[in-house]
Ligand binder design. Structure first.
Ligand code: SF4
Ligand code: SF4
Length: 194
């Protein structure tokens, strides 16, 4: 029969010692295990290539110009509507006159990156923007460009993602024709051998 708690002082003491012994055994084993934690921020983990971190705007590496053309596709696709863009029309190309992103309400879904035609908005391999003041996470164009220079970019850009998701093209009919000719005439209707 099961013994009730408090029924025997020596029994309870034995249970207590046994529990402490089991707990100390686990502590002792873990004392000699390799630590799994890192001393962040002094030590940084290596993030995977597709890490979806904070968002940033980019410059063209050759010309130094802003890549954003103010097309507003990212604004239209964003589910929580945290992006606001105003286009500035110019002679040769358009720019974003205003670009703001409310990072505190971002879902990190990557849709804005996927639709951007000029790879202007990307995600970085970092989340290192913690703050106790929400206003610091309302990012304007300058801040977004600065983040783009500050952290390492993720692999994903709009053009790379679209290339990856495009289904492979079916072989063209005229490309398949020579091999069909080489194989000779097919069986005659009715399938009768001569
Ligand atoms: S990652 Fe998603 S939620 Fe965040 S800004 Fe882009 S589209 Fe909006
Ligand atoms: S970031 Fe890309 S999608 Fe958004 S307005 Fe600029 S060019 Fe268009």
């Amino acid at each position: 029969m099961r013994r009730e708690l408090g029924q025997s002082f020596w029994g309870d003491l034995g249970d207590l010692c046994s529990a402490v012994g089991r707990a100390m055994r686990i502590t002792f084993i873990n004392f000699f295990r390799k630590p799994v934690t890192v001393h962040y921020p002094d030590v940084q983990r290596a993030y995977p290539d597709r890490f979806r971190g904070v968002l940033a705007l980019t410059y063209d590496k050759e010309t130094g110009e802003e890549n954003c053309i103010g097309c507003r596709l990212c604004e239209y696709i964003c589910p929580p509507q945290v992006i606001k863009v105003e286009m500035l029309k110019a002679e040769k190309r358009n720019f974003a006159k205003v670009f703001t992103l409310e990072l505190y309400a971002c879902e990190f879904c990557e849709l804005c990156v996927q639709v951007c035609p000029t790879d202007a908005i990307i995600m970085m391999k970092s989340f290192d923007m913690s703050t106790s003041d929400r206003r610091e996470l309302l990012l304007d164009k300058d801040r977004l460009h600065q983040i783009g220079l500050q952290f390492e970019p993720s692999w994903a850009t709009g053009n790379l993602l679209r290339d990856m998701q495009t289904p492979p093209k079916a072989p063209r009919a005229d490309a398949a024709e020579p091999s069909a000719k080489a194989a000779g005439p097919g069986p005659k209707p009715g399938g009768a051998a001569e």
